[in-house]
Design a protein. Structure first.
Lengths: 373, 251
């Protein structure tokens, strides 16, 4: 191991990286923009539900039901329709997310002490959104029933009541950005480190400079170290930048240790740089390397628990997720960000990342050395 | 190892097989220190495989050899320190300046940094690139970038210089410059091992080995080779000899 060689290789790599204007943009502007855009995009929260109302009852009771919906601050009656066709038209065009239809006998039925029905029609084309809207609807109607009973029989309530004081720890407002923003940080780091490493080596092959390097005393291990150090530095710099965005722009609290987070990132980079090296040994051109990178990125993304919970996956696929470094890093980054936990809780993930990273990286080095001969 | 004192390159029964295919078939030759040695053969004749074995990039299947006093099988790393290599394809970084390219290779050859300025100075002189040392290599005027690889291959003062078709695609004037310089290097004691397709250039070689389908078909000075390949044709040149030797099937 000759440090002068490695130093000059790292130096050369940085000069080449920053000389290209496009690279400078890709390296520093793109992650910022992606972080900002993705941070807003990945949002499961349902705050504004637009509702079309068909009120054939038009009574005090129906008005009160509508007020209860409006009062929730989640539902907004944006359209008043006069018949079913109009309502359907609004749903079809996506002007509203939900329709409420109150029949003419609504008030009469209630006054008789019977159960009146109203019709709720939800746009089910996005099933998870629809089911959340239905859940909100049910809670609004429950509130209506309770208020009505209380209004009619204020003194005769002989029962006490249960008050469930629900607190969601680690994310009190159930803000989905809390969940997703740390995930985006992890994903962006993976994408950048994977792609840059493979391209850095392929570029030498394409330009024919690799042939010249092979006849020099530069050893394969020195070449690998010299080629990965710049991308470790760049990935960590980008990690810092996007963490700043996550904390100060999206106001995600960082409860745990930032040093531990960087340590985890280094272990994580071992795997991603290893995969990058591996891709460079199976690709001949930069286009091939990019295609192969996306071939790797998709399963890493889908099988990580970033969007879809691992517990919901078929058992066989769940086993596959154990091979995915992103899976462990996501648990770590969410744990450190939101729960403020450290090694006493996260050690299995750290251990898994270290083992996986060690295996992938040394495997890639062996393959890379063989390829040079 | 008495031979290696006067012989800069020495191989005996050198063989390389890729599976069933014999790329180089037990060849034996030697090159004296300070000699310009031509290694000629058609494409696919085993030329490149031989050079790769001599440079310590691939290991021979059998046979022995030494380059600049180092065994090609057991000391490939030492060989890499003692040789310079220039490939037929331009293989330096076009997005670096000549200066940056030189500095990078000085580092890769672990030349002590205290000697860098002097070496860079010397190379910029011989390549006549001093004016352009801080311009991007890809933006240099046509013909200039090609001077740089030779300079790079000499940075670490190698004992042996391997030139793999160094003048393909180079204009006649630059080629003349190039050969003058190569002859000067040889006089200074550097061994030059060169492959070429241009038979008029092979004249500059003191000795030539011709290889066809992995076997040596002729060796000697240009005049000896012509006389042996084309007997009774006093006006024959190296070109005629080359074609005769490469197309002869009963070899």
């Amino acid at each position: 191991m000759n440090w002068l060689r490695i130093k000059e290789l790292v130096r050369k790599e940085f000069i080449q990286l920053f000389r290209d204007k496009r690279n400078r943009v890709t390296l520093f502007v793109a992650p910022f923009i992606q972080m900002l855009v993705f941070g807003y995009v990945v949002n499961y929260d349902i705050r504004n539900i637009n509702v079309a109302l068909v009120d054939h009852s038009y009574t005090y009771e129906s008005r009160k039901l509508v007020d209860t919906f409006e009062g929730s601050n989640i539902f907004h009656i944006t359209h008043y329709a006069t018949n079913d066709d109009q309502m359907e038209e609004l749903l079809l065009r996506g002007k509203v997310d939900m329709g409420i239809k109150i029949g003419p006998d609504f008030a009469g039925t209630i006054r008789k002490g019977q159960t009146a029905s109203i019709q709720i029609i939800a746009d089910g084309s996005m099933s998870n959104m629809a089911s959340m809207r239905m859940a909100y609807t049910a809670s609004v109607i429950e509130k209506f029933n309770l208020d009505t009973i209380r209004e009619l029989y204020p003194q005769q309530m002989s029962y006490g009541k249960i008050d469930a004081r629900i607190r969601t720890w680690y994310n009190p407002n159930l803000d989905s950005q809390y969940f997703f923003v740390p995930g985006i940080v992890a994903f962006l780091i993976m994408l950048i480190s994977l792609l840059l490493t493979s391209i850095a080596i392929i570029r030498e092959k394409e330009a024919g400079t690799m042939e010249q390097l092979i006849v020099t005393p530069l050893k394969a291990s020195e070449l690998i170290i010299g080629k990965t150090i710049p991308y470790i530095i760049i990935s960590l710099a980008q990690l810092s930048a996007i963490i700043v965005v996550a904390i100060y722009w999206f106001e995600i609290p960082l409860k745990g240790s930032i040093i531990l987070l960087f340590f985890a990132a280094c272990l994580f980079l071992l795997s991603t740089l290893g995969v990058g090296l591996f891709i460079s040994t199976i690709s001949a051109t930069q286009q091939q390397a990019m295609m192969t990178t996306f071939f790797f990125i998709m399963p890493f993304f889908m099988l990580s628990g970033f969007v879809f919970p691992i517990a919901n996956m078929p058992t066989f696929v769940q086993w596959l997720t154990y091979l995915n470094p992103l899976r462990y890093f996501l648990v770590i980054i969410r744990g450190i960000f939101l729960k403020g936990v450290a090694l006493e809780v996260l050690w299995p993930q750290f251990l898994a990342l270290a083992i996986l990273g060690g295996l992938v990286f040394s495997g890639a080095i062996l393959r890379f050395k063989k390829r040079l001969d | 190892m008495t031979l290696s004192n006067s012989n800069s390159i020495f191989v005996e029964n050198l063989e390389k097989k890729f599976g069933d295919f014999t790329a180089v078939n037990k060849i034996t030759f030697s090159v004296k220190k300070g000699e310009i040695f031509g290694f000629l053969g058609a494409n696919g004749s085993g030329k490149s495989t031989t050079i790769r074995m001599l440079c310590g990039i691939i290991t021979p299947t059998s046979g022995t050899g030494s380059v600049a006093g180092h065994d090609i099988v057991t000391e490939p790393e030492e060989i890499k320190h003692s040789i310079g290599y220039m490939s037929q394809k331009f293989s330096l970084y076009e997005d670096l300046t000549p200066y940056e390219n030189l500095r990078f290779y000085l580092g890769v050859y672990s030349v002590p940094p205290s000697e860098w300025e002097e070496r860079i100075d010397w190379v910029l002189n011989i390549t006549r690139l001093r004016e352009e040392k801080n311009r991007l290599t890809k933006e240099l005027p046509p013909g200039r970038p090609q001077r740089l690889p030779l300079g790079c291959s000499l940075l670490h003062k190698p004992d042996v210089l391997f030139l793999d078709e160094p003048t393909s695609g180079v204009d006649p004037i630059t080629r003349q410059h190039f050969w003058n310089f190569i002859q000067q290097l040889a006089r200074e004691g550097i061994t030059v091992f060169v492959t070429t397709h241009y038979m008029d250039e092979a004249r500059f070689c003191q000795r030539i080995v011709m290889i066809n389908e992995g076997s040596i078909v002729a060796s000697g000075s240009p005049a000896e080779i012509i006389a042996a390949a084309c007997p009774g044709k006093p006006q024959a040149d190296l070109n005629d000899a080359f074609i005769t030797l490469m197309t002869r099937t009963d070899n």
